[in-house]
Design a protein around this ligand. Structure first.
Ligand code: FAD
Length: 322
């Protein structure tokens, strides 16, 4: 059975900062996330937007904030288990054991749950069900990888329009297809994309994908029955995400609706299990990245004492060693 001092469940902003703090405390750390990329809601929903309320950054793109958080934790070599859901919690000799999707077990000194809204699942592109080749993505972690490609974006929300704006200067062509003629995206974002070389096709659906190992084209059917075929190298399915607490709801944690109740130490009702970030609930809770960072520091430092009761709660100043 694999062992780690601190298992962080969720690689959103709170979880990534918890990984830094665990490393700073000299604890080994594993970060588990059901998504294939770190960054939680930021990566999934608004990587290209500017965030204006993270202390010390007058304005930072979501993608850059996540990259900085990963870089900040990197000196401590967190073990990232991405694309893996934490399914079960049990105890062995008083220490938590996490059961991961796929059957692996992780014995932990403590667990810090930073699960945000819960497990995200991208809403699937219906036509992709009958297509076995590659080239259909739900995230674009490295936009430059789509340089010179024909890109088809499906969706009418902010993510779809943000991807269109990001990819327009890089891709050979960008087509955005939406099944309605009204968009959920902000009007200003839609206007910005309208001014770019992006073809926007409304009242239309992707009715067929072509290609064997990899997508090479798509058929769009416009309401009323007119179909057209266009070359496509990558389909970006930006149809949103569903999120629920999933297995965490079955662990015996005290919950308040979809949130985990914690005390001022970020401790849950379960021994050696702490929580931080959007998933927590306490009187006066404010769900922001800034508050999640502070909660992550509190959770990890209290977890350090739960692991070793002789340890100091206060970690010392990071600047002392510089
Ligand atoms: C469009 C939009 C704009 C926003 N703008 C701002 C802003 O300007 N400023 C601001 O402060 N906040 C903003 N927010 C809110 C901010 O993104 C959240 O407060 C923040 O992401 C919460 O971070 P977190 O780490 O707690 O959780 P999340 O970012 O939600 O990450 C949680 C992670 O946990 C994973 N997870 C959950 N359960 C499991 C499991 N069982 N196993 C494995 N993985 C699991 C999920 O896959 C997810 O990746 C915005 C949110 C949205 C949607």
């Amino acid at each position: 059975m694999r062992e780690v001092d601190v298992a962080v469940i969720g690689a959103g902003p709170a979880g990534l900062f918890a990984a830094y703090y665990a490393g700073f405390r000299g604890l080994s750390v594993a970060v588990i996330d059901a998504l294939p990329e770190p960054g939680g809601q930021v990566t999934a929903m608004y990587p290209e937007k500017l965030i204006l309320d993270v202390a010390g950054f007058p304005a930072v793109k979501g993608r850059e904030l996540v990259a900085n958080l990963v870089a900040q934790a990197a000196p401590f070599h967190p073990d990232y288990l991405l694309g893996v859901r934490a399914e079960k919690l049990s105890y062995l000799d008083g220490r938590p054991v996490l059961g991961l999707a796929g059957g692996e077990q992780l014995r932990c000194g403590a667990v810090v749950v930073t699960g945000g809204l819960g497990s995200f699942t991208p809403r699937p592109l219906p036509v992709a069900d009958s297509f076995t080749g590659g080239g259909i993505v739900y995230f674009v972690p490295q936009p430059t990888e789509l340089t010179d490609r024909h890109v088809l974006i499906v969706g009418g929300g902010d993510s779809a329009f943000d991807w269109a704006a990001t990819l327009a200067p890089l891709a050979r062509s960008v087509t955005l297809v939406h099944r309605r003629d009204r968009f959920r995206a902000h009007a200003a974002t839609v206007e910005r994309v309208r001014a770019l070389p992006v073809r926007v096709v409304v009242n239309a659906e992707v009715s067929r994908l072509y290609g064997e190992d990899h997508v090479t084209g798509a058929e769009l059917t416009v309401r009323g029955g007119v179909a057209e075929t266009l070359p496509v190298d990558t389909v970006v399915a930006a149809l949103g995400f569903t999120a629920d607490l999933g297995p965490l709801a079955e662990w015996g944690l005290t919950l308040d609706r979809r949130h985990i109740v914690v005390d001022s130490a970020m401790a849950t009702n379960l021994p050696r299990v702490f929580a931080a970030g959007d998933i927590t609930e306490y009187p006066g809770k404010v769900r922001l990245i800034a508050t999640g960072f502070g909660e992550a520091a509190t959770a990890v430092n209290n977890a350090a004492v739960a692991i070793d009761p002789t340890a100091h709660l206060f970690p010392g100043h990071s600047s002392d060693g510089t």
